[in-house]
Ligand binder design. Structure first.
Ligand SMILES: Cc1cc2nc3c(=O)[nH]c(=O)nc-3n(C[C@H](O)[C@H](O)[C@H](O)COP(=O)(O)OP(=O)(O)OC[C@H]3O[C@@H](n4cnc5c(N)ncnc54)[C@H](O)[C@@H]3O)c2cc1C
Length: 543
């Protein structure tokens, strides 16, 4: 996605056409840190509004005829409907406990209003070098991490309209380079208003043998921009002084009695419940000989081409063509217009991704010349390892640390949305958010076999994916990948998959399990102290 769309991105490239934003950072400038970025927020939001009305190619503030011919209305720029908690709700008046253990006590969840910023009163020593200030307010929820799961949960809590006060700890760093979020769905969902593009045809291509296009019947594949999610959720939080967004990394999250304390810089803040999305890619591992672990590396380019080369009616879901390493890398392409697309290389092995992607675009799509408008990169662990969702009885993990990545696909958004809804439901119905995500042991087993096949016999994967999508209806495959398949769907799919590769993978998976039969696998996180510190974050988020 073009940088100007990022709303709160780190690098701005805004020109004269963006007016006020252009006054602040004319041309191509790097903003020095959060303070200036915060000061610029109003301008950025304004820029975002301008951006949302124009085609992607026009975002650089200079004429972009080549990429300005996208389908009219493709960038609709809808905003999430304002999600203001109702101030008159009993919860905000202090007569409804969030947790049974708090029954009978005066509720202290809503942050008190006062002269301090965000209506909070501070007690303790004045902020200064080496001093920690304990903030007196007790929030209903602290969300650590303003990434995908943190924002989706904040949004769900706001939408619930229960008046819960939220503290969002935003520790985003320069290497948080997620730009687009794609997912498939067959029903209306909470992020529909943010969706920028939809496709009802998917292309799957083996290395040789050409591309197959499959039409979705009940599903659609869709994409939204992370910056839109970020902007709308943060705007809603800022609109109500009971909430607070604090920029900085949480260095300590600890349960003390019936509350959680989070340390951010010099401040110690308190909440009734904590939601923790911190995930340490650099140190994550699974027990030796236990679950499979493959790192899916993403390298995406938003490209603008000089001629019409893409078919905007079809999303390229899995493409093994273009001389990519057999089975360990594939391309993925979302065309926004005939000339503009997000092209992504997904690889299980380290690879010169940009070179491979450019070669793929040239060879498969006939792209002679292109301009890179933006980049996205990152890595995700694909593993059937169990992720413990609780840290003690007041801290609920969310996102990747709660096992929200579907092991065999690397998609997480649908699960994150479901998990956010489950947390809100639990808060409403039971007064606490400590609900466990569904275990779905059958799917974890299937994921394990699938990952074993991919890890040990990658060259078979293009054929396996192709068989999946051509022998079975695409809607059925997507339901299966979403773990929503009926027993009938499941049987039909398994019966049509190539037998020998899966049998071999199953035997290999069983052999590995048997070798570990005596030892009980450790959970991915086995911290019993209910305390995690983050004083030495890994410098590199890649494995
Ligand atoms: C490049 C890429 C593309 C992806 N595309 C898709 C997709 O299209 N569809 C899909 O379903 N899934 C996708 N995924 C998978 C998954 O949805 C994302 O990884 C998603 O970001 C996971 O959400 P999360 O909240 O767990 O992690 P994150 O979004 O990474 O959020 C965690 C946040 O916590 C912050 N943080 C870390 N430590 C601290 C601290 N100490 N204090 C405060 N904050 C902290 C981080 O900076 C980060 O902002 C993609 C993954 C990658 C890497």
């Amino acid at each position: 996605m073009p940088r100007a769309l990022r709303g709160e991105g780190h690098r701005l490239r805004l020109g004269g056409r963006l007016g006020r934003a252009g006054d602040l950072v004319s041309g191509d400038a790097r903003l020095p840190g959060r303070a200036l970025r915060a000061a610029a927020r109003g301008h950025l939001d304004r820029a975002g509004a301008l951006v949302a009305r124009g085609p992607l190619g026009a975002l650089r503030g200079r004429p972009r005829a080549a990429c300005s011919d996208g389908p009219p209305g493709a960038l609709r720029g809808h905003l999430l409907p304002g999600a203001r908690p109702r101030r008159d709700h009993p919860a905000s008046r202090g007569d409804r406990p969030l947790h049974p253990s708090a029954a009978g006590r005066p509720r202290r969840g809503a942050a008190p209003r006062g002269d301090a910023p965000h209506g909070l009163r501070h007690r303790g020593r004045a902020a200064g070098a080496g001093h920690r200030v304990t903030t007196g307010a007790l929030y209903d929820a602290v969300i650590v991490g303003a990434g995908v799961s943190g924002l989706c949960l904040a949004r769900a809590l706001l939408e619930a309209g229960e008046g819960w006060s939220i503290l969002l700890v935003d520790g985003a760093q320069d290497d948080d380079a997620l730009r687009t979020l794609s997912f498939w769905t067959s029903a209306p969902g909470p992020l529909d208003a943010l969706v920028r593009h939809r496709w009802t045809r998917l292309v799957i291509a083996e290395a040789s043998g050409g591309a197959r296009s499959v039409t979705l019947d009940s599903h659609r594949y869709q994409t939204l921009f992370f910056a839109d999610l970020q902007r709308t959720v943060k705007d809603s939080l800022r609109a109500d002084p009971r909430h607070r967004i604090i920029d900085g990394r949480a260095t300590e999250l600890v349960t003390v009695g019936d509350r959680v304390r989070v340390t951010v810089g010099d401040e110690v803040l308190q909440a009734r419940w904590a939601f923790d999305s911190r995930f340490r890619r650099g140190t994550f591992e699974v027990p030796e000989g236990g679950a499979q672990l493959l790192w899916q590396r993403f390298h995406g380019l938003v490209v603008c081409c000089e001629t019409d080369v893409f078919d905007p009616s079809s999303a390229v879901f899995l493409d093994f063509r273009g001389d990519l390493p057999a089975g360990t890398a594939f391309a993925y392409l979302l065309p926004f217009s005939p000339r503009e697309a997000l092209a992504e290389l997904v690889s299980l092995e380290p690879i010169d991704a940009e070179r491979a992607l450019r070669a793929y675009l040239a060879k498969v799509h006939g792209v002679a010349a292109l301009e890179v408008l933006d980049r996205e990169a990152g890595s995700s662990p694909m593993t059937e390892q169990y992720f413990e969702p609780f840290e003690g009885d007041r801290i609920r993990r969310i996102g990747i640390p709660a096992g929200m990545l579907k092991p065999s696909t690397g998609y997480a958004l649908t699960r994150i949305l479901d998990d956010s809804a489950a947390i809100v439901r639990s808060l409403r119905e039971r007064g606490h958010p400590m609900v466990a995500p569904p275990r779905r042991r059958l799917y974890r087993f299937l994921d394990g076999v699938f990952l074993t096949l991919w890890a040990r016999w990658p060259a078979t994967m293009p054929g396996v994916f192709s068989a999946m999508f051509t022998r079975v209806s695409a809607d059925r495959v997507l339901r299966f990948l979403d773990e929503r398949a009926s027993p009938w769907d499941l049987l039909g799919l398994i019966a049509r998959l190539p037998l020998w590769p899966f049998l071999r993978a199953l035997l290999s998976w069983l052999a590995r399990r048997l070798r570990r039969v005596a030892a009980k696998p450790e959970p991915a996180y086995n911290d019993t102290t209910m305390k995690r510190t983050d004083s030495h974050p890994p410098a590199d988020r890649s494995p």
